[in-house]
Design a protein around this ligand. Structure first.
Ligand SMILES: Nc1ncnc2c1ncn2[C@@H]1O[C@H](COP(=O)(O)OP(=O)(O)OP(=O)(O)O)[C@@H](O)[C@H]1O
Ligand SMILES: [Mg+2]
Length: 473
């Protein structure tokens, strides 16, 4: 039998080395790290047989490490080291699934005894077979379509995290299902009868966002005619979904960080902090780690949020899910729109299965909806997928060569024609995809592509693209 890998988490080097010296040998292989964040990073890369963590550490404490372990690798036993034997923390630790706790100071024998006990308990649990079968797909996942192994991993992660209150950071490109994921966490959590409150952090100005989140007391600023309950309070006991967190200003980030550390909120203009109990789920389609490295997002807040990461794979990386998604959306929209459509023409099907979907599932959904509306027969054809026309043009610019130029003038003229046409096709793809990614919101599309809104609009006009015909909701 191989050695059991043990991860020791403690901010004090003496303790880390002490434990390592006692345990390392024939039976165990010991790795150490100095903070909760680092431990979580390791846990995402490697499976351990046992975790030993100090309770009191700056930044992320042992209880948080414990919760994260339970979400990431739920069957690993965790031993908590407490500074002094306190019944409260011991109870709290056991409630959160710690196998054992050990109080400082301890002898090598103490430690070995606890380690053996924790490991034997874990083995007993596995024997008893009272663990969740990972292959069983949980209830309440009817909204999710797709059985690829990438999505199975997501479903499992959702189930595990739903059982805890560990902060979750959902990342993924636009349209990959971040909001769907947040709702699924709520639906599968013990908090499901408590509120699910979603806040789009990109849609509100800084001061408004703060008063939305934290609330304010009457008269705390000009215009605060009435007291307002913050959404943290509204979500109390339930799940608070902070969508597009990358858009929070640096100063609001600092306030958010404090709330997460203290689990208390003070309304703007208020003096009395109030305790809150929420499961925070955040989402971003920008990479917060890169933003943290660049200094545009607070690194400490990133760590606080990223306790349990859920990464949604882009649709082009799980192409096997496309056929079932097509069927699903066809059914949905034929029923909704009340048309009888039997299926999709083979060339359309093969296009849809191979397209790269910069706007992911949402883009596929919009394409099918549009096609169902436009379809004249009972089969979705090529011309029902408007977006496709552009692609045909770019892929077959040879069709533009309808004759062979006979002199230099004609050659020049035809070259210009082909070039203009190719550029227009490229621009059209660019504009449409930017719009698709941003749910046909012109302001957002312009911002994301770095083009001034009026210029973006005149490009749309030139290319004959209008929002109205594409966005029916
Ligand atoms: N796996 C899936 N199965 C079925 N529908 C899905 C799936 N993923 C996403 N969708 C649908 O795609 C649309 C977009 O999903 P959602 O709003 O959750 O994406 P998002 O990641 O939050 O996008 P954005 O970053 O643009 O806000 C929704 O209509 C959702 O129902
Ligand atoms: Mg979203």
């Amino acid at each position: 039998m191989g050695k059991i890998a043990i991860l020791v988490v403690d901010d004090e080097e003496v303790i880390r080395l002490g434990i390592q010296r006692v345990l390392e040998g024939d039976r165990f292989e010991v790795e150490t790290c100095s903070s909760g964040h680092k431990a979580i990073e390791r846990l995402q890369e490697k499976e351990y047989g046992l975790i030993i963590t100090d309770l009191k550490m700056p930044g992320m404490d042992g209880l948080e490490v414990l919760k994260a372990v339970k979400a990431l690798q739920p069957y690993i036993p965790v031993i908590l080291i407490t500074g002094y034997a306190s019944v409260d923390t011991a109870v709290e630790a056991m409630k959160n699934g710690a196998a054992e706790y050990i109080s400082k100071p301890f002898t090598p024998d103490n430690l070995l005894e606890k380690v053996d006990y924790a490991l034997s308990q874990c083995a007993a649990r596995l024997d008893k077979n009272d663990i969740v079968n990972d292959d069983d797909l949980p209830h309440g996942f009817h909204q999710f379509i797709g059985e690829s192994k990438e999505m199975q991993k997501v479903y499992q992660r959702i189930m595990r995290v739903a059982a805890t209150s560990s902060t979750v950071l959902i990342s993924g490109e636009s349209g990959t299902g971040k909001e769907l994921t947040a709702r699924a966490i709520h639906e599968n959590s013990p908090r499901k009868d408590k509120p699910f409150v979603a806040v789009d952090c990109s849609s509100l100005a800084e001061t408004l966002l703060e008063s939305e989140l934290f609330g304010h007391v009457k008269g705390s600023f000009t215009g605060a005619l009435q007291a307002k309950t913050g959404l943290f309070k509204v979500a109390d006991g339930g799940v608070l979904f902070l969508d597009e967190v990358s858009n929070i200003s640096i100063s609001t980030q600092a306030k958010l960080l404090r709330v997460l550390q203290e689990r208390k909120i003070t309304p703007i203009g208020g003096t009395q902090p109030e305790p809150i109990d929420i499961h925070l789920v955040a989402a971003s389609n920008k990479n917060l780690k890169i933003m943290a490295n660049e200094g545009t997002f607070r690194e400490d807040l990133f760590f606080r949020l990223n306790i349990i990461p859920i990464e949604l794979p882009p649709l082009r990386e799980r192409k096997q899910d496309i056929p079932v998604l097509i069927r699903h959306f066809l059914k949905k929209y034929t029923e909704e729109i009340g048309k009888k459509i039997r299926g999709v023409a083979p060339d359309v099907q093969s296009f849809l299965e191979n397209y790269s979907y910069p706007g992911n599932v949402r883009e596929l959904e919009n394409m099918i909806e549009r096609a169902v509306v436009l379809a004249e027969g009972d089969i979705i054809r090529n011309e029902d997928l408007e977006l496709w026309d552009d692609k045909k043009d770019t892929s077959s610019s040879s069709s533009l060569i309808d004759r062979i130029p006979m002199n230099s003038e004609e050659l020049k003229e035809m070259k210009r024609h082909i070039r203009d046409h190719a550029i227009e096709s490229l621009e059209s793809l660019f504009v449409r995809n930017a719009l698709e990614r941003n749910n046909w919101n012109v302001t957002k599309a312009a911002e994301e592509t770095g083009i001034l809104r009026p210029n973006f609009q005149s490009m749309m006009k030139k290319l004959g693209i209008s929002v109205k015909e594409h966005h029916w909701s």
